[in-house]
Write a protein that binds this ligand. Structure first.
Ligand code: DGL
Length: 273
């Protein structure tokens, strides 16, 4: 009997966006328990330096490990970019992230070899997607879209202002004639409507959330850690910010999916709560 299989999966994000990854995880792994940690007190990570995002992300992942999780999901593109190289060495559980699964899905999807990536500034500056595509014969166009996160968190997914911003951000993707676009930020699946509207049906949108969930499924299956018996699974929500705010914004973004949240402290200078 494998006790490890009964433990929850830890999911880490800078804040709320990783809930789109959690939603995909719940769809693809419905019998698993999840502990979701959003570092909302220090979000957004997008405008921060890679060194700082790395420090914060490792604190969050260490905190989840202390909760005895059987696997870690880095459900944040900025955090994945910052710790891609060392998270797998640091932890003795399967670790999945959002960059490499999205890159391999995009490679499978493209017909003309021209792929675009839209993401936060820290993800674009880290060159994590450039590295992920280095071995493939791909013409990559990357574009930081800092204002997209603001729109999503304000609950705005349409309207003239967003459309104008989307037109501007996506102009280089159109110009490069990309036929595949990676939504390389956890918030962007919620903007798939406006992005698809601007780019048209000829462009395949790849959600890093879905690709990450599929990669998690594969890794757990290979490690013999996947719960496949039907059961009522548990989800716990932890936030470093205000618990009521987390629940309110989480519910607004993803409906009744988010239940009561608990506030925790994860930065090493303060004691854990
Ligand atoms: N979760 C972040 C990401 O996927 C977006 C929000 C933030 O900047 O913290 O890059």
């Amino acid at each position: 009997m494998n006790d490890a299989i009964d433990r929850p999966i830890g999911v880490f994000d800078s804040g709320f966006g990783g809930l789109t990854v959690l939603r995909s995880l719940v769809e693809q792994l419905p019998n698993e328990d999840f502990v979701y940690l959003g570092d909302t007190a220090r979000a957004p990570y997008g405008p921060r330096s890679i060194a700082q995002v790395r420090e914060f992300a490792l604190e969050g992942l260490d905190h989840l490990m202390e909760r005895d999780v059987k696997a870690l999901v880095i459900a944040c593109n900025s955090a994945s970019s910052a710790v891609l190289r060392d998270a797998r060495e640091r932890y003795d559980v399967p670790v999945t992230e959002v960059i490499l699964p999205a890159a391999s899905r995009a490679i499978a999807a493209t017909r003309n070899g021209r792929i675009g990536v839209v993401a936060t500034e820290s993800t674009i500056n880290s060159a994590s997607y450039d590295d992920a595509f280095a071995v493939a014969d791909i013409l990559l166009t990357t574009q930081a879209c800092p204002r997209f996160v603001e729109f999503v968190e304000a609950g705005i997914t349409g309207g003239d202002e967003l459309l104008a911003v989307a037109e501007e951000y996506l102009a280089p993707i159109k110009k490069a004639q990309c036929d595949t676009l990676i939504l390389g930020c956890t918030h962007y699946p919620l903007l798939a409507g406006v992005i698809g509207y601007v780019l048209g049906n000829g462009v395949t949108l790849v959600s890093s959330a879905e690709a990450c969930a599929q990669s998690t499924y594969s890794q757990l299956t290979q490690a013999n850690l996947l719960r496949h018996q039907p059961r009522e699974a548990l989800r716990a929500f932890l936030t470093t910010g205000n618990a009521d705010d987390f629940q309110g914004i989480g519910r607004r973004l993803l409906g009744g999916f988010v239940t009561n949240a608990t506030k925790v402290t994860i930065d090493k200078e303060n004691a854990h709560v």
